[in-house]
Write a protein that binds this ligand. Sequence first.
Ligand code: FAD
Length: 432
Amino acid sequence: MTPEDPDVIIIGGGASGMMCAGIIARAGKQVLLIEKNPELGKKLSISGGGRCNITNAEFDTRVFLSNFPKAAKFLHSPFSKFSSRDTFSFFEKRGLPLVTESRKRTFPASQRATDVVAALKKDLHAPYVTILTGTEIKSFTKEEGRITGVLTRSGTRYHAPYIVLATGGLAAPETGSTGDGFRMLRDTDHSVAESNPNVVPLKTNAKWVHRLSGTSHSFMEIRFSLNRVTKIKKKGKILFTHFGISGPLVLNLASQVRGLLKRGPVHAEINLFPDTNAGDLDKRLVRLFDKNKNKKLRNVLPEMLPKNLAHTVIYLADPSLGEVSVHSVSKEGRKRLVKTMQTLGFMITGTLGMGRAVIADGGIELEEVNFSNMTSRSHPNLYLLGDILNINRPTGGYSLQLCWTTAWVAAKDLIVRLESEDTQDTVDESDK
Ligand SMILES: Cc1cc2nc3c(=O)[nH]c(=O)nc-3n(C[C@H](O)[C@H](O)[C@H](O)COP(=O)(O)OP(=O)(O)OC[C@H]3O[C@@H](n4cnc5c(N)ncnc54)[C@H](O)[C@@H]3O)c2cc1C
């Protein structure tokens, strides 16, 4: 086939679309990759705060899949073909070594998400890949119920025997994932679950939280309560922002908090020293004050906490204490400091919504997907990748691994189908 007459049309040049296109092209098949942004890989290039948490180095697939509670049973087949271990070799073969950090989160050694985009682009070249950027697909074209191609917003039609839908979900729509694929799926009688921002920062109106913007502390406990009853309690790292709180702990609890918000006002309370009881924390203060008798509290407390956080604790406990020498802080004053450090409270007013979501759920219902090759059960020439699938998951590299796995499985199946049409049926494992 020729560039004008492609074997495969891929809609969406994000993580999964680019990888799928590259693998098919390496097998010498013609791909037309259509992306509505002026550039490929916009979301990928900002992923992981610009560092791209490309996968999670949990190599036990059962443990890995336990992070996709509702979808695990569907994912065993694709992950048996391409797992997180394969992601290492795939990118290392393309000149992108990976490094693993805490909680097995894995990043490019260069710490640059744009290098991941560049590695994927290496396989996207003529004569096998034609890239149309700035081109928005409006709908599929159909003949006698079969999907035969796509129609662009400006009215151009492209046809191919196989179509890959890789248009993403609804999180961070400014990157291009505005739910177009969901609409196209509904138009072809697929069931698509509604999307909600699931991994998303939380908002508060508490000014002291906003003033802490940029401050984080690694081991805090946060409790969320409804009508004074604690509903969620977890320890980890929290990042204060100019609108509220974020960081992996908060992001991964956000969908539960969103559920609570539907039932009433949600109060959050942070304990900066969750493993120390009030008596022991007071003793720590006494020891610290003994060492620094004539210094002001505002200069001493930062020995226990990040400076901004220490000053906030003083401000909330009793602002007048800040300028006092520690030897003049009364037992009552210490008690207020301890209580404040263990019960920093504020109301949650909502989430930042889709615009700032890292992960949204929603997408095609999994029962309608054949996970052995990532095709639609009702339209076997339509492939479905990445965020288009209704799979919820936490942060930590799991989302992108889902893209790599589904892209690889779809691409390999396409190659086999295209080659069997040419009376060949070999699968090249060397692309891993
Ligand atoms: C801020 C942020 C940080 C993240 N960080 C991480 C991380 O570190 N690790 C991780 O695992 N996951 C991360 N994620 C999630 C991860 O980026 C996504 O799961 C992943 O990018 C989804 O890839 P995709 O190919 O399915 O879709 P996308 O990357 O969203 O790509 C879809 C593409 O399709 C195009 N498109 C849409 N509609 C049309 C149309 N009608 N016509 C033509 N083109 C169209 C879009 O413009 C877009 O380029 C992050 C997400 C966000 C928002």
